[in-house]
Design a protein. Sequence first.
Lengths: 474, 42
Amino acid sequence: MKRILISLIFTLSFVSSAFAQSTAAPDRNATGGAQTLEDIMARQRGEEVDNSFRSDATGDAARAAEISKQLGTLGGNSDPELWRALRFGSADITASNSGPAAEVLIQDGGMSWLNLRAGPLIKYGGGLLLWVIGLLGLFYLIRGRIKIDGEKTGRKITRFKAAERFSHWLLAGSFLLLGATGLITLMGRKFLIPTFGHEAFSVLAIGSKWIHNNVSWAFIIALVLIFVFWVVDNIPHRTDINWLLKGGGIFSRGHPPAKKFNAGQKLIFWSVIVLGGSISVSGISLLFPFQFEMFAATFAKVNAIGLGTYLGFGELREVLAPHEEMQYAQLWHSVVSFVLMAIILAHIYIGSMGMEGAYDAMGSGEVEEQWAREHHSLWVEEVLGPQVPHAPLSTDKKPVAKAAKKSAAELAKVADAPITFAPTPKKKSKTQSVKLAEVKAKKAAAPKSAKPTATKANAKKTTAAKPKKPASET
Amino acid sequence: MKSMFAAFFAILAIAVGANLALTQAGFSSQERTSSSAVRLDP
């Protein structure tokens, strides 16, 4: 539903050609009903001109002369009337080739679509991407790379399983290919042909088309996979409000507490799902031309709820030529793709050069424990339980204080326990055993007289340890 | 990194597979918009 509403808002910006006509009909007696100089001048000024006096003037078959008489061969129509019928789509056409578009010989709205595609779409879409790239560059200059504040522990926590990483890269790889080939398809005529010539661009365009059409399925499959894997962890949570209010700690030294995904990541996730889903739907309609009539149906719904009138667009045309359906789908596909590309540029930046330790999550799947504690403190507590020795450096005192209290109590217990520690799986979970082993290792390592040998091996195990339940639950 | 390369290989495999499947299923523009009376191939 949300996708539909968003699509409507964007669509309404392209429907200038679909506006209802409300201007009063001028006097055309002087031209015998044909268009006047004022009609032509108004059109040149970019004003809306009611064309019904032309579109309806397509002759009258009932008053036609016999076919053997002069003018009879056109069925009662003059040549101008016949051409008007062709232009405004009311002529009775029989074509030898198949498909709904075959019977439309002149598609009047094609020029406005072509102008919109070659002009504002490239200008504002490309401008948006350049603006985002510039903004990210500026951000990098001001803020620099966001580093891990605390001392690295050398221990790793499994953040994403292999299947999750596979799905992410399936989506990322296909998106990059689709984005690049989409830009080539849209902008090639304007930027590449003048530089490389028609022949070179022809090869590039054919290759881009093949990649764009066929890689799209990998994108759609990956979109479904990541939705299944991550939707639960991306459901909004009250901690997201705090995270957003603090701006994710981007400009401060602190890190607002976050679960597995912080609010920023959730925004990225839902953007990908909603916008990516919309791109997929419009893309499928473009892959199978003239099979889906989405926009006529959407315009009918817009008219039914009065949204067009409310926004000042008036009634939208509910009958569209087959080509117009495709043209609206192409515009929608491009606009939403530009928005998603802009969002993903920021995602790529923060996941690579923008933040130390972030890439590991999707690289090896194992993240530095200190990184995780700083950026996803609540998630780490869920996975490992709160710990004092590697307490997060969060400036948000509440969760830290809670963690410190719990951990202090645990540490006190451990401190009294005998040094010859051995995991007791009967009563303690694997998590707790490993965690206690770590604490003991720290404790043993502090005084030189202590024997660390019993705990070293266990401490190493933390790398692979990813308990299913938090220790606090056991 | 293995997951990443596996995914990139999967993209290639899916693309090739999709192309074969759609071509076999008769969804090329040539087949959808022309009839036997039209000879597009030499």
